[in-house]
Structures are given as C-alpha cells and as structure tokens.
Design a protein around this ligand. Structure first.
Ligand code: MLT
Length: 267
C-alpha cells in the first residue's frame, strides 16, 4: 500500500498494481479498496491500476469536515503523486459521485468515466431524511445495527439466498468503518449538488453506465435516463445484479470495465 500525507489528509493510501495506461477504481459506502479485489487482477494485465481508500476508509484519514469535492481532491493528489496526467476513473456509487466531482474539477485529466451503480442526481428530500435518521442512529451507538440492516439490501434476492457467507463478509467489512467516518460520508452525500448539468456540459469523454436491474440505490430507470445526457455512452444492464456487481457478477463487470478502458485509451 502506498500512502501520502497532507494537512487535510494525514494519511491517503492506495493500492497499485499492473503496468500500462492508468485507471483508478473508487469504492463506495461503507467500503474500502478491498471492494475491488476480484477486479484488480483482471485490469492489472492491461493497466496501471490505482485503488484508493477514500479519506476516512481503510487506511486513509481526514481532518475537519469532508465533502465529495474533498474526496475528488484526494484522487487528484494520488494522480499527482504518481505523475499521471490521464486516467480512466471508475466509481462505484458514492465513488461515482466522487468521480463526477472529479470530472467537474479536473476534467482535463479524464480519458473516460465509468459509473458503476451510480448516478448524477442529488439526494431527494426523502433520501436526505433517511440519511439523517441513519446518522442519528449511528451517533447513538447503532453503527453495527445500521450496517447489518443496510448491507443485505445492496444484493439481489438470488445472490443473498445463494451466498449468505459473502453477505456476512460484507457486513464485517462495513463494520470496520468508524462511526465518525460513516457520519462524515453521509453528510458529504446529503450536501452534494446535483450534477446532471455536469453530464450535459462538462463531459466530452466516453461514459460507461453499469446498471443493476435490481438496484434500489441507483435505480435502473433513473440511471438509464441520465445515460442519454452524455455524448458517448456505453450502457450495460445486468439482469442478475443489484448494487454490487463487483461481487455479484465480478467476471462480467471486470470484462466490461476492461473493454471500456481499452476503448478510452484507443480514442
Ligand atoms: C454506496 O454504495 O456508495 C451508497 O449506497 C451510496 C448512497 O447511499 O447513495
């Protein structure tokens, strides 16, 4: 694991694998870089793969408040550290919200953007309210209860029934995140702006949309509609996935990411 230090990020750590053009895989909530462990070896055959722990996750930390834009700045610091000028960014869910902020702030560095079970709209008022209730529960010491409730809902019915042990592993991983980080991530997501206009105006690169048919966090209809906004869109709908195709259908996702990334560097 490589790490860099700044005042805002006392530790900002990432895994690095492979050789070739640079791609970066950004995890979501409540995850860390290990989310991508089945995807990294496939991509490392063709690319330099950078996989951060977002600030507050895994081995990375932050001081003060945390916004989605701060996290995008963290991704840029890693690219600067590695002296990488062009990258294809793939972000899962909250990682996709971060990748969209990156596109707004550092768009010239992007060769392509992959939104994996993610989308560009801000939280609805209802969603903000649900998050505030979760924050209250976490602050009252209910972090583990919250993680146990939320994680199973990220998987398809068939996957949950077939692989209860994988769900249990994911719950364990979610519980590793501190209560303070959970609250910071939820506040960052509540406060993020709508970035639909970013899709229309700021993005002239290919965009990949990975959609899970059973996903309730990034619902298929909503995401498919947003995919019309980008100039060059690659849309894949996984009928047997919900929100976690890097676990539910890892081989299919790895191959789709690889083909998309190769396309981005060829064009
Ligand atoms: C994630 O997977 O990153 C979260 O579920 C995103 C969200 O809560 O909006």
């Amino acid at each position: 694991m490589e790490c860099l230090q700044t005042r805002k990020f006392p530790q900002l750590c990432y895994r690095k694998a492979g050789k070739g053009p640079a791609v970066m895989l950004v995890h979501g909530f409540p995850e860390n870089c290990n989310l991508w462990h089945k995807i990294i070896p496939v991509l490392a055959n063709s690319f330099t793969v950078l996989v951060p722990d977002l600030p507050g996750s895994g081995k990375s930390s932050f001081t003060g408040n945390l916004s989605i834009e701060d996290m995008a700045e963290g991704l840029n610091l890693i690219l600067e550290q590695e002296q990488i000028e062009k990258v294809v960014l793939a972000g899962h869910s909250m990682g996709g919200y971060t990748a969209l902020a990156f596109a707004e702030l550092y768009g010239a560095k992007l060769k392509g953007l992959s939104l994996v079970h993610s989308q560009a709209a801000a939280d609805t008022d209802e969603k903000k309210e649900t998050r505030r209730k979760a924050i209250a529960l976490i602050r009252k010491g209910g972090k583990d209860v919250f993680v146990r409730q939320m994680i199973p809902n990220l998987f398809s019915k068939a996957f949950k029934a077939a692989y209860p042990e994988v769900i249990a592993q994911q719950i364990d991983r979610g519980m590793q995140l501190s209560a303070d980080s959970m609250v910071a991530f939820y506040n960052a997501m509540i406060n993020r702006p709508d970035r639909i206009s970013t899709l229309y105006s700021n993005i002239n690169i290919p965009v990949q949309w990975i959609i899970g048919k059973e996903d309730t966090v990034a619902p298929p209809e909503k995401v498919a509609e947003q995919s019309n906004a980008t100039n060059v869109s690659f849309v894949s709908v996984y009928k047997d996935s919900s929100h976690m195709s890097m676990i539910e259908q890892d081989k299919v996702l790895a191959e789709d990411l690889r083909s998309f990334m190769l396309y981005c560097f060829r064009n």
